[in-house]
Design a protein around this ligand. Structure first.
Ligand code: PRT
Ligand code: ZN
Length: 213
């Protein structure tokens, strides 16, 4: 167990395909039969765990997984004690604040005393306190963008990629508080063998990235 790497990736979602592709491009072969939650690589001492992205930082902190691929937004929000070892360049997005389009917004101070719906209370709280703004953070787990139009909150703080979800909910993007992409995170308690395997893997990942640029 001390000389294999357990790599946690998202089971199904926006990170899954690119995470699998990256591992395959590194020359690591494995059977990912449908519905499997764990699989072993056939030509590298590694196991792949398929998890919900939100669970990955905790598994890596606990050392149940040695490595994980996750959005920086999720890793930062989780506040888990892990090392971010490499940026992977896919699933780029941003965490932004949006307000109703008709709202006459002139700056972050306009959020004072307002309520903001988000699934990212820690990152939002940090941003607000850095900007000396006191606002009420309303934590909800999904469909955040609907909150202003149904009167649940004055503003939202959510992940934006193309911006079309904000637009179709009558919102405009007014502040970007965090820029994100997929990252590789690692446990702080790797054995010397695992660290060596991680170094090999990172070398392969960097070679793949260089070949693409
Ligand atoms: O089931 P599980 O918990 O594993 O997955 P999930 O549903 O929590 O996450 P998933 O698969 O939706 O996203 C995984 C990661 O992809 C996120 O943590 C981000 O790092 C990254 N990512 C990149 C995005 C987006 N782009 C994105 N557009 N995550 C979410 N969105 C959503 C956003 O929440 C909003 O509802 O898409 C909508 C906005 O998109 P645009 O293009 O309309 O602006
Ligand atoms: Zn999730």
């Amino acid at each position: 167990m001390n000389n294999i790497l357990r790599i946690a990736i998202q089971k199904s979602g926006r990170l899954s395909e690119d995470s699998l592709k990256l591992i395959k491009e590194c020359g690591i072969r494995f059977d990912n039969g449908a519905g499997k939650l764990k699989t072993s690589a056939t030509n590298f001492p590694a196991e792949i765990l398929f998890l919900r992205d939100d669970d990955i930082p905790g598994y890596v902190e606990d050392g149940v997984a040695h490595l994980g691929i996750v959005g920086e937004n999720v890793s930062e929000e989780s506040d888990r004690d892990v090392n971010t070892v490499h940026k992977l360049g896919f699933s780029k997005c941003r965490l932004s604040i949006g307000v109703l389009r008709e709202h006459d917004y002139s700056g972050v101070q306009d959020l004072e005393g307002k309520s903001i719906a988000t699934s990212y209370p820690k990152l939002l709280g940090k941003y607000l306190s850095e900007n000396n703004v006191t606002a009420q953070i309303h934590e909800i787990s999904g469909s955040v963008e609907i909150a202003p139009s149904i009167g649940l909150a004055d503003a939202v703080c959510d992940i934006v990629s193309s911006g079309s979800t904000l637009l179709s909910n009558g919102l405009k993007e007014v502040e970007t508080i965090f820029k994100s992409e997929a990252v590789m995170i690692a446990s702080k308690h790797l054995t010397a063998e695992q660290q060596q395997l991680l170094d090999q893997l990172l070398f392969r990942i960097k070679s793949v990235q260089v070949a693409k640029n």
